[in-house]
Design a protein. Structure first.
Length: 115
């Protein structure tokens, strides 16, 4: 049974930083590309950052230069370091495989950026 558990969200002022973590279990983590997705109120869920099993990364234009995705295969964990946060980054953040698996979505972690 696959489980992805996100943590690290919170309330932060604009310009601040947060580090999100996603702990994975029940999946051969190191072979899978992983991604961080987010869903803002009234908007569709979007992929903001991804990392392959080999460590190659890709970012949405809206977060490029501000967010950094990384992974620790020994800990089955993927991270998202978010710097220079903006109010438009406010959303629920989720991790999943890339491409995503519908049955793998977790509860997500809320990130709220106050201006």
């Amino acid at each position: 049974q696959v489980q992805l558990v996100e943590s690290g969200g919170g309330l932060v002022q604009a310009g601040g930083s947060l580090r999100l973590s996603c702990a994975a279990s029940g999946v051969i983590f190191r072979f899978n590309a992983m991604g961080w997705y987010r869903q803002a109120p009234g908007k569709q869920r979007e992929l903001v950052a991804s990392i392959t099993g080999f460590g190659s990364t890709n970012y949405a234009d809206s977060v490029k230069g501000r967010f950094t995705i990384s992974r620790d295969n020994a800990k089955n964990t993927v991270y998202l370091q978010m710097n220079s946060l903006k109010s438009e980054d406010t959303a629920v953040y989720y991790c999943n495989l890339v491409p995503d698996r519908e049955d793998y979505w977790g509860q997500g972690t809320q990130v709220t950026v106050s201006s």
